[in-house]
Structures are given as structure tokens and as C-alpha cells.
Design a protein around this ligand. Structure first.
Ligand SMILES: [Zn+2]
Ligand SMILES: [Zn+2]
Ligand SMILES: [Zn+2]
Ligand SMILES: [Zn+2]
Ligand SMILES: [Zn+2]
Ligand SMILES: [Zn+2]
Ligand SMILES: [Zn+2]
Length: 205
């Protein structure tokens, strides 16, 4: 055989194989034998049983490498059960986007958001944020993976900023050998005229 002297034990069944017949889990790097290295879903990723995930809504295979858990409810979901919010354009599981087309964060931010001085927020380092931040009064609402900001001026013109929180374990806030750049700003958009049922809260008449 072509087997070399270095044998690696499969993390599932313990079968020992050489480098050629052992594959690493695409999520955690654990070694897997040929039998336990079969792609489980529509993508080519090989995932060990510990990291394999099923869609929280329909029970389909949900590859943890192709898609992170839902930014709001933190559950795995599949292609079929994904939906994009019509305002923030972020993808969530279909249960976190309402019939109105808005995600739970966009639907609640006018009522539940905390008023903040945007200049003190980490995203204020982003030049796109700097260009618009002084024009509006801002509220902030956090979900599991994202921070939404909605701003309004006195004439009800609104703007939206979506920031991805730094994932634990990934040095997202820092570039190799460089200064920390802070959270990733995913979206900066002017929304135009956007009325709110919470005018009093916003101190608008
Ligand atoms: Zn095995
Ligand atoms: Zn081998
Ligand atoms: Zn794994
Ligand atoms: Zn599904
Ligand atoms: Zn995948
Ligand atoms: Zn969800
Ligand atoms: Zn949204």
C-alpha cells in the first residue's frame, strides 16, 4: 500500500488512515475517514456529526460553513427557509421576517431602540457613517449577530446602518499587522421619508 507510517484516527469511528484517505471537517478540522467524510447536503462541505446542523424550521441539512445561524434567533436554517428583509436587505430565517416583509429588528426598532450618540459608537469610524451621522437622531437595536441603527431628522427623513458584531474567535476587529478597524459596517442607506407610529418617542410632532 501507499499508506505512510503516519496514521490519523477518524474522530467518529477511530479508523486509522493516512493523510490521503483522511479528510478534515470543514467546520472544526477534526479528522474523518472516507466513510464519515460524505458531503451531507447541497454543497461540497464535509462536516463532522458534532457540527452538522439541521434547519430549525424544516429539519433539512443546514451547512454551518455555507451559512451562519440566523442573525436574530441564532438558529440554523436552510436555503428554502431563508428570507431577506425588505428594508435592511439582510438574510434571516423565514420565521424572523414578518408578513410585512420586515425583520423583527426593523419592525421593532422605532419602539424598542435606544437613543444613542452615534459619534460614540464604533461604527462612527466608517467613512460612510461619518458622511450621514450628523444629519439624524439615532436609535440602536441589537440582535444576536447584528446592530441596527435608524436615524430620523425633524422632517421624517430616515437612514439605516447595519453593523455585524465581531464574531467571537475571529480577529475581525483587526487587520493583520494593522490597527483595529472595528465592526464591519454591512449597510449604510438613506431610506427617504419614513413615518413612525412612535412620533412622541421620537419627539416629532
Ligand atoms: Zn470514520
Ligand atoms: Zn490511506
Ligand atoms: Zn466538526
Ligand atoms: Zn429549512
Ligand atoms: Zn457548505
Ligand atoms: Zn431566525
Ligand atoms: Zn430588517
Amino acid at each position: 500500500g501507499a499508506h505512510t507510517s503516519t496514521l490519523i484516527a477518524c474522530s467518529v469511528c477511530g479508523t486509522r488512515g493516512c493523510v490521503q484517505c483522511t479528510t478534515a471537517c470543514d467546520a472544526c478540522g477534526a479528522p474523518l475517514c472516507r466513510e464519515h467524510a460524505q458531503p451531507a447536503g447541497t454543497c461540497d462541505h464535509v462536516i463532522c456529526p458534532q457540527h452538522d446542523a439541521t434547519c430549525a424550521i424544516g429539519g433539512e441539512h443546514a451547512c454551518p460553513v455555507c451559512r451562519t445561524t440566523c442573525s436574530i434567533c441564532d438558529r440554523p436554517y436552510c436555503d428554502e427557509h431563508s428570507q431577506r428583509c425588505k428594508r435592511c436587505q439582510q438574510e434571516y430565517c423565514s420565521e424572523c421576517v414578518r408578513l410585512s416583509g420586515l425583520c423583527d429588528v426593523c419592525a421593532h426598532i422605532d419602539r424598542d431602540g435606544t437613543f444613542v450618540a452615534l459619534v460614540d459608537e464604533p461604527c462612527a469610524r466608517d467613512v460612510r457613517v461619518q458622511l450621514i451621522m450628523s444629519n439624524y437622531r439615532w436609535v440602536k437595536l441589537e440582535s444576536t449577530h447584528l446592530i441596527h441603527y435608524v436615524g430620523r431628522d425633524t422632517s421624517m427623513q430616515a437612514a439605516l446602518i447595519v453593523v455585524a458584531k465581531t464574531q467571537a474567535g475571529t480577529p475581525d476587529g483587526a487587520e493583520p499587522g494593522g490597527e483595529a478597524i472595528g465592526p464591519r459596517v454591512r449597510k449604510v442607506a438613506k431610506l427617504g421619508m419614513l413615518d413612525t407610529p412612535y412620533r412622541e418617542r421620537w419627539a416629532l410632532s
